[in-house]
Design a binder for this molecule. Structure first.
Ligand SMILES: [Zn+2]
Length: 54
């Protein structure tokens, strides 16, 4: 059962993205980022990176 905890954390973080232009955090599904349907609410940019990648 303990194995579920890392999976939950991965899910939480994998659904958070950072705008490359203004560094705003956005929580959405990965599939929506990949499909290009998400715009940054602050700068309207369309490029995001996963939160864990530096
Ligand atoms: Zn932005």
């Amino acid at each position: 059962m303990a194995a579920k905890i890392p999976i939950a954390q991965t899910r939480m973080f994998s659904n958070v993205f950072i705008c490359r232009d203004c560094n705003k955090k956005i929580r959405t599904q990965t599939i929506r980022i990949l499909s290009g349907k998400i715009k940054c609410p602050r700068c309207a940019g369309k490029t995001f990176r996963p939160i864990r990648k530096k």
